[in-house]
Design a protein around this ligand. Sequence first.
Ligand code: BTN
Length: 264
Amino acid sequence: MRSSLDRSQLVAELHPATVQALSQLEIHPQLDSTNHYLMTRANEGMAGGFICIAEQQTQGRGRRGKIWYSPAANLYLSLLWRFNGRIEILHGLSLAVGVAIANALRALGIQEVGLKWPNDVWWQKRKLGGILVECGQATNECYAVIGVGINVQLPVEIGQYIEQPWCDLHTVLGRQCPSRERLAATVINQLILMMQRFEQIGLPEVLTAWRRFDCVNGETVVVHLPHKILTGRACGLDDHGALLIENAQGIHTIHAGEVSLRIA
Ligand code: BTN
């Protein structure tokens, strides 16, 4: 069993501007889900800038109601952030989070980090991490709980339950693998920076950044929609962040939500 995260080492790696933006930093040995924990705190009125990390999760949440297997030795982190205005302003937030995580991993030495629409974190066509953004509306503001899971050292026995090719940081970086404290701090620094900028920069800038990490562009993909399966060539994102798929029937616009995408 790996040792637990050292809080002071993690804090030492945070930028001063990040420290200023944080209201809480909690590290738990075990939670059901860091997203569930922060959604509950959000409903109780806790301030934004709240980071919650768990060493393990017993009911880790993935996209589309899936389980996020969460044994010790990986990173499970959520951030509660509050925004002025209605929930519609959060359109594009999950893409922005993908850019923040990809920037963090690149800063840690993973040159080939990529994003698979809508927001899987990839390395050489294998899943390295996932992002789950859950949102809520309060009186004059809205909030988001941004959950990030990154495989650091995932046991093969657990990996066999993951329905797609996967990898972990130890495989990617070997001896250059950063400590989990440095990994967590780098992710937090990039997330806070992105949250502070998100309201000003707008979707076009987010999309320009996202496209630089797009790792399915040009690939033949199979998209599972709620009522049909579509096969075609991925041709990037439109100006709203939807995925474009081209096949013999024409160009199809796929909106995020209950959609899964695989390379054919
Ligand atoms: C995906 O399905 O790809 C999204 C996975 C998101 C997992 C993270 S781990 C930290 C946070 N807490 C959760 O319960 N889920 C997210």
